[in-house]
Design a protein around this ligand. Structure first.
Ligand code: PSU
Ligand code: MN
Length: 305
């Protein structure tokens, strides 16, 4: 990748990209807005280790004092994890943070933009943003969905949280032509739970099949990303009916406190962590690691196929 003063790759990531080795991008909003310190740093380091163990190089992405970093060295990652006032940046404000010398954590949308800029094809996250419940009133639809439609990065997640309206999220993805592929299951996973009760539009059972699918898309000149949904491991899941109670309570609190815009997702996540007494956090960490392992498998399959 051509570095500019505003965009820079870490040494590891730069060397891997130049040598044509597999690289997996990671977002940073989950670090600053998704989990409390110091568990957030432990999670970020553990996830990077999973990617290395899978034979790929991790590239955690964030803006630090105006510089967009593709790959964060340990001291920078620690600094970000301790930052309490980082911006949460998406397509609209990623370049603003860069221009204004700010520190910002990247959402799924912003991470996809940065990964594509660097030539990284695979990205692991926890959950994507989507169509919020009540979207017909509040118009709250995440910019992640538009990004998936336009930026060619394969995004591995654990499905959509039930804080979203999952059927509406699927409808928007279908309209935009974004393939939603569940790994090893016929049912779409719902983040903490393996089964949302909604059938997955598509299914694959091998990383190599995802690569084959992507190559067929390339062949047809179809742009945009692919969403891979990876169910949380059984040992770490929290069943849907159990989560529904916590989600309903969090949604009630968000409404009572008139939380809007960018603050909605972090607010709901924090309330759910509190109300499950940290149990949801454990599941969250397990599923991100699981996604990182699959993303590394896909990145490696690109190189062996
Ligand atoms: N959903 C989760 N965990 C997260 C996020 C979403 O289960 O950490 C973060 C991701 O970075 C995602 C962003 O891209 O929130 C979406 O925010 P919004 O809904 O404001 O677009
Ligand atoms: Mn939103």
């Amino acid at each position: 990748m051509a570095d500019t003063p505003a965009v820079t790759c870490s040494k590891d990531v730069d060397a891997a990209l130049k040598a044509g080795q597999p690289v997996v991008a990671l977002e940073s909003t989950i670090i600053t807005h998704g989990m409390p310190w110091p568990g957030n740093l432990e999670m970020a380091l553990a996830v990077e280790d999973v990617i290395r163990a899978g034979g790929a190089v991790p590239a955690t992405i964030a803006v630090l004092d105006g510089t967009l970093h593709i790959g964060l060295e340990r001291d920078r990652l620690t600094r970000l994890a301790k930052t309490t006032d980082a911006m949460k940046v998406s397509r609209a404000d990623l370049p603003f943070a860069m221009a204004m010398g700010r520190t910002g954590a990247t959402t799924v949308a912003a991470t996809m933009i940065a990964a594509h800029r660097a030539g990284i094809r695979v990205f692991a996250t926890g959950g994507i943003g989507g169509v919020h419940r009540g979207a017909e009133e509040n118009f709250d639809i995440s910019a992640d969905l538009d990004e998936l439609a336009r930026t060619p990065v394969i995004t591995v997640c654990a499905g959509a949280k039930a804080i979203l309206d999952i059927p509406k999220t699927l409808e928007v993805l279908e309209t935009k032509g974004v393939p939603v592929v569940t790994f090893g299951s016929d049912s779409l996973p719902a983040f903490w739970s393996r089964d949302s009760g909604i059938p997955s539009p598509l299914r694959v059972d091998e990383p190599a099949d995802i690569v084959r699918f992507q190559r067929a898309r390339d062949d047809l000149g179809i742009e945009g990303g692919m969403l891979v949904a990876n169910p949380v491991p059984e040992a770490s899941e929290i069943p849907r009916h159990e989560m529904e109670i916590h989600i309903a309570e969090a949604l009630r609190m968000a409404e009572a406190q008139k939380i809007t815009g960018k603050d909605v997702t972090p607010f709901l996540l924090a309330r759910i962590f509190e109300s499950t007494g940290g149990k949801s956090l454990k599941t969250n960490i397990a599923l991100v690691k699981n996604n990182a392992a699959l993303a590394a498998g896909i990145a490696c399959a690109f190189h062996s196929a």
